[in-house]
Design a binder for this molecule. Sequence first.
Ligand SMILES: *[C@@H]1O[C@H](CO)[C@@H](O)[C@H](O)[C@H]1NC(C)=O
Ligand SMILES: *[C@@H]1O[C@H](CO)[C@@H](O)[C@H](O)[C@H]1NC(C)=O
Ligand SMILES: *[C@@H]1O[C@H](CO)[C@@H](O)[C@H](O)[C@H]1NC(C)=O
Length: 295
Amino acid sequence: MNNRNLSDFIILPCLILLASDAGITDVRVKRLSEPTIDNKTSILARYVVSLRTRTPFRYYGDNHFCGGVIISLTFIMTSAHCLIDSQRLMLSSRDILIVAGAPNRLKYFRHKNVHAPVAKILIHENFTIYNTNDLALLKLVEPLPTDNQYIAVMRLPTEEPKLGNKYTVLGWGRLFHGGPLASDITQITVTLYSHVACELMLNVFTDEMMCAGNMDHRDINPCGGDLGGPMIDDDIVYGIVSYRIGCGHIELPSVYTNIFGNLEWIDSIMSQNRSYRLYNCVAFLLLVININFYV
Ligand SMILES: *[C@@H]1O[C@H](CO)[C@@H](O)[C@H](O)[C@H]1NC(C)=O
Ligand SMILES: *[C@@H]1O[C@H](CO)[C@@H](O)[C@H](O)[C@H]1NC(C)=O
Ligand SMILES: *[C@@H]1O[C@H](CO)[C@@H](O)[C@H](O)[C@H]1NC(C)=O
């Protein structure tokens, strides 16, 4: 018993050091202003889920790898990138656990946290290595409970998001570039930029992408672990974090998948009820390069 405790004591700081070592730069700008959960964040947190592997590595919640958003009691929306592992293979639905109602990633509350296994992974047919249509839906085995006040369903947009407007992005991603994952869910406010501005700042930028940031002040961008999380206004989800090139950069925005532009696909998946068919992803998987959620 004592030995075990002693080794925990030694190993934990090492793990934290290792984790924060990845991709370290001189830029260590804290990207979020609210370290504790305030009322507004906890209200918005009801819509957000943590995508985890089936079992924790050492501690409850240390297996978080992406965010997602509840768009119906049986469907979670996330980034397609989140469903590809470090060996570039598509995860199996059996590998994933959705955790809802848990704004604190590391704490388990019996009547609050809901652990929902996934029945099907549905990746957008036009998702490519260039992050086009970076979107996926996860169909849950069982619908989420309706009597849990910590869980709520987000609405899909009925119009394009407005350029220049501010949107909220939520997640448990790294607190700064190379830093540790947040334990309490955090939120950032980003401004949506025009297509032309995004194209000027980014190398790869296609029509259905959106870019947003907050370059007037400090680095306010999603970081590793925030992929798949929602960009929202009130209870409407306009975007999904697609890639976080902005993390640690004051001058670079991050890229989001435009939900309004993908409504047709989302509706087609949610309305159909046909049995699972294998997606023709093998060719695509061979192409996928260098994916790392956390750096
Ligand atoms: C906090 O949110 C709850 C609903 O979740 C609400 O009833 C309460 O009035 C809010 N408190 C403040 C100070 O806004
Ligand atoms: C995928 O791309 C093809 C070719 O551009 C297009 O015809 C099709 O509608 C797209 N699918 C979806 C769901 O957007
Ligand atoms: C749709 O699928 C669910 C399970 O995924 C099943 O319970 C339900 O009966 C199906 N509905 C129809 C109309 O096939």
